[in-house]
Design a protein around this ligand. Sequence first.
Ligand SMILES: Cc1ncc(COP(=O)(O)O)c(C=O)c1O
Length: 368
Amino acid sequence: MSYKVPFVGYKIQYQNLKEEIDEAVKSVLNRGDLILRKDVEEFEKNLSSFLGVKYAVGVNSGTDALIFALKAAGIGPGDEVITVSHTFVASIASIIHVGATPVLIDVREDFNMDVNKIEEAVTPRTRAILPVHLNGRVCQMDKIMEIAKSHNLIVIEDAAQALGAKFNGEMAGSFGSAGCFSFYPAKLLGAAGDAGVVVTNNEEIAEKIRLFRNHGQKPPEIICYGWTSRLDNLQAAILNVKLKYLPEWIKRRREIAEIYNKGLADISQVKLPPTPDSDERYFDIYQNYVLKVQKRDELFAFLKEKGVETLIKDPIAVHRHPNLELSHFHLPYTEQLAKEVISLPLYPELTNEQIQYVIDCVKEFYAK
Ligand SMILES: Cc1ncc(COP(=O)(O)O)c(C=O)c1O
């Protein structure tokens, strides 16, 4: 089905950048530079300077970034890691994959970790907190770092959805021991496939991740058992092209969020995300524009009929999937959100006419 307002803008973004991306791809192929070559190095350098961190290590996905960051920080069997269930399953899976135990807490109104619930989840086995900066909004990191310090806990940030977002002027991914990003195509900075990165100011962590991603090889030695999880050089070349546009894309995303918020302000059945300038501590980048609404499933169907593609990401909260063996957690707000949230299309290439059309359709639904 072709939508009047599709949920993602992959094709239009490529068309806008076609010349530059084609040139970058051709150059990589003509050079035969496929694995861990200069484009990866350049991207790592460009990204670390954008984020103001010392090291960036490109890997094959945000999930591997999280697994490697936890492992490099020494988290493993017997350790508990505090995180949330209102996230993409990868945040929790990464804890499982290093052999540790996820301890899930509820989120608050802005969809991020409820910092008031962290201390009651701390036990003698707690080793780390894994805050997830969901939808492009950073968690309340001053409080999280304070709690981590007082209990001697490591902080690994899941910043997969928050590239360029800030809290108190500091970038997502730069607070903890390591920050993990995803360049899945739908992300703010999207590759043409899977890609991710770990950023850190800790040289030892960076070095371990360089080893993990490439089978522990430091020629002529093999230092440890590792994985095939390098950021592809071709993806790095594409990401290098797109990274230049990130500041202007973020500006446009914030502009669109503002337009949506103004246009949808008077609908009592709809709870809006915070507006870009509502709290000066937060610089949100609106990776996702998520509403909390009444009659969510009917709204989804209505918008689909109108040609507006929306997303209901997790109609079942992660901890409620029986095979994941997490159903002993009771997270009332998370469970409520699973029934009420819906994401509207938000990407820089949307036209103002498309945005207005979405607003009109939502208004029409609730006026019925
Ligand atoms: C919050 C969150 N964590 C982790 C990931 C995992 O990233 P990837 O899909 O690149 O493995 C994603 C993205 O999909 C995500 O949104």
